[in-house]
Design a protein around this ligand. Sequence first.
Ligand SMILES: N[C@@H](CCC(=O)N[C@@H](CS)C(=O)NCC(=O)O)C(=O)O
Length: 224
Amino acid sequence: MSNSKPIFAYYDMRGLGYPIKLELAYLGIDYVDKRYPITQAGLDQYRSDKANLGLDFPNVPYWKHGDINLTETRAILKYIAREEGGGKLMPTDRVGLANAEMLEGVLWDVWWFLINRCYRDTDDVIEELGESPAKFEMLDKFLRNKEWLLGDKISYVDFMLYEILYQYNVYDSEYLGPYGALLKLKANFEGLPAIKKFMASPEYMAAPCYHPLYMRYKAVGLTC
Ligand SMILES: N[C@@H](CCC(=O)N[C@@H](CS)C(=O)NCC(=O)O)C(=O)O
């Protein structure tokens, strides 16, 4: 692996990238934090860089380190969970890994209900967002009596879940009210010393979550 610092690049917003940033903060990884401004100039800059980044599937977020040139949010999230910090964010037991990958799919769906609601703002995506409470109910039940989704050890799926809870809470501060176990996880996550430190640092970004030039539905705090 190269001696130079890894690069994490994304738009200057939380978006899909924040669970990865939270992992990096939790693990104490030093990296180059490349942010494309969320302006037309920032989009133009990304578009002109895009083909020259040495990425097989150019996109943001991306992660570059030595021989690794990675895109796809979940691939990056899991790569860091496995390869950095002694692999401590990746479960290794059969049941833990199976559950993590199941949860990852569920979480991704719930996340996209909200992203699409803001990105497209059509009747069908507004209707689809109505599926989230049932998913949160199941997640809340799954989590009950456990500290983290997989038990007493935090893993990459908790970073995804945290960010989804954060973004739903910004969208509507009442949304998570019925889900006590999820709210407890959110508070516990924010109480982790490394996360607390990150949240108090100048690098931390409370908003925006979504790109103002792409989103049709502009929710205050989420998009602008
Ligand atoms: N499947 C990709 C989707 C990434 C994606 O949709 N990126 C958005 C920002 S959230 C983008 O603007 N990508 C730029 C592009 O398509 O070139 C992932 O999971 O990372």
